[in-house]
Design a protein around this ligand. Structure first.
Ligand code: HEM
Length: 460
């Protein structure tokens, strides 16, 4: 023990005071701490050990190469116990159950592009009728694809209950997502404080969300099991298939399908909405980016709407999508991991039981890797031959993949579905709409600021 190197440095904390974020979003506070303490920033607060990874090398080394001890999940009391998201694959430990779930969740989802295209086409029609509703329509489309793919549910034109459930659940998870957003993450016993107690508005609100979150898990699933028409939804097909392979454990198989579907729904809708809204912002702020992207789409699809098979002919669009992922990432901090064994990295000891938070934002804005990191460069990822340069050993402007979707065992299993959706969304929008700046009362163009909501999933 005595021979172990020291803990990494980090901001001071006391019994009554956690680390000082100075009112900033967590990823910006972590970036500021990097200047003061270095790539690995460690603090301990009321018995919780937390390590921030501000370096890509450390992130890959720990999450990928040492994945056997770093692929667990930190206990997040607010999200899991208070709000009741303990059914999500994202919150499971790296154990036999998780492996079973992720194996099934990672299956080929069949022809999901047909669903995506159908929903995107109705999105274009809705935009034509009500362009001012573009935010709501974007959310509706992303959630609608998942609802229809997973449960065979067609979203109603107005006031769809499932959509409402999705919205409430996602709002709750986004707000509570960053570790430590609520004090109960640090002091788990606070979850037992009764709701009549002073200063428990957070818990009263959480109890209301919890009821809706339960419904979001149960209701669409019950509807499918009642109707059970095989073939019209992934859930129905999976249930039928699993029942033949695991005849004796109906409850277990149902739980697997139900939880996998709800996780995919929640993890899959929000991230893609964030990227779609970033795209709207980019088109409005940078007309030249929109023009160049439109030129490519028009060249490949002069008289029809774009399809997925057009992707290889659209390198500039591919590069633009990578830049969207990098410029204002949907998940600026990753889902926290947890290390079960004490180990040494570089000059420091990382103790067992530490929650590890990767700061994806800083990895994607490192000026040594992405020169001029705050500028949106549509062709950042193109090589001299005009194609996307995907070489793995590229040091300048490498494809932002690991720092967006994660590495190792807990890497995002939905990245292909997500990337397909975003490609279809942006190319279809570029083909049919022209986004321009609004005018103020004096007839001057308004340049929209790049302001994003705080929280885990961010929106422009
Ligand atoms: C394109 C947008 C997306 C982004 C940027 C994104 C990003 C991420 C990130 C950063 C993680 C955490 C990785 C880690 O813990 O190391 C994750 C996990 C996950 N994502 Fe995604 N994701 C996206 C789309 C999707 C979609 C469309 C689905 C489902 C269809 C999905 C399902 C999941 C699941 C189930 C996990 C948890 C994996 C586990 O804990 O084992 N994601 N995602």
């Amino acid at each position: 023990q005595q021979l172990l190197p020291p803990l990494p440095p980090g901001p001071p904390t006391s019994l009554f005071c956690g680390p000082d974020f100075k009112g900033q979003a967590p990823w910006l506070a972590y970036a500021a701490w990097q200047k003061e303490y270095g790539d690995l920033v460690y603090y301990s607060y009321v018995g919780n050990k937390v390590l921030i990874l501000n370096s890509y090398e450390a992130f890959v080394e720990l999450f990928e190469k040492r994945g056997n001890i770093y692929s667990f999940r930190a206990r997040r009391t607010m999200v899991e116990t208070v709000l009741g998201f303990d059914f999500m694959i994202t919150t499971m430990q790296d154990d036999e159950k998780w492996r079973y779930f992720s194996r099934n969740g990672d299956k080929d989802t069949g022809n999901y592009n047909t669903e995506q295209i159908a929903h995107i086409h109705s999105y274009l029609r809705r935009l034509l009728d009500k362009p001012e509703d573009f935010r709501y329509s974007s959310r509706r489309t992303a959630a609608g694809v998942m609802l229809s793919l997973l449960y065979g549910h067609d979203v109603a034109k107005e006031d769809d209950h499932y959509l409402f459930l999705a919205d409430v659940s996602l709002k709750a998870v986004v707000e509570a997502g960053p570790f430590g957003a609520f004090m109960v993450d640090y002091l788990p016993w606070l979850r037992f404080v009764p709701t009549w107690f002073p200063w428990t508005a957070w818990k009263r609100r959480a109890m209301v969300s919890r009821r809706w979150i339960r419904q979001a898990l149960e209701l669409p699933f019950e509807t499918v099991t009642r109707q059970l028409v095989i073939g019209n939804s992934l859930v129905a097909t999976e249930l039928a298939e699993l029942q033949t392979t695991h005849e004796n454990s109906r409850r277990y198989t149902e739980e697997i399908v139900k939880n996998t579907a709800a996780t995919s729904f929640m993890a899959g809708s929000d991230t893609t909405v964030s990227l779609t809204l970033s795209f709207w912002l980019v088109c409005t702020k940078f007309p030249d980016v929109q023009r160049r992207a439109q030129e490519e789409v028009d060249r490949v699809c002069p008289d029809r709407l774009p399809q997925l098979s057009d992707r290889p002919q659209m390198p500039l669009i591919q590069s633009m999508i990578f830049e969207l992922l990098r410029w204002n990432p949907a998940t600026p901090v990753g889902v926290p991991h947890y290390v079960r064994e004490t180990n040494v990295y570089g000059d420091y000891t990382i103790p067992a039981g530490t929650t590890i938070i990767p700061n994806m934002w800083i990895m994607l804005h490192d000026p040594k890797v992405y020169p001029d990191p705050f500028t949106f460069k549509i062709d950042r990822f193109l090589g001299p031959d005009g194609r996307v340069d995907e070489s793995a050993d590229k040091c300048i402007n490498p494809i932002p993949d690991a720092a967006v979707f994660g590495v190792g065992r807990r890497r995002c299993p939905g990245n292909y579905i997500g990337m397909d959706f975003v490609f279809l969304m942006v190319t279809n929008l570029l083909k049919t709409f022209q986004v321009s700046k609004a005018f103020d009362a004096d007839g001057q163009e308004i340049d929209p600021p790049a302001i994003y909501t705080p929280g885990l999933g961010r929106y422009a």
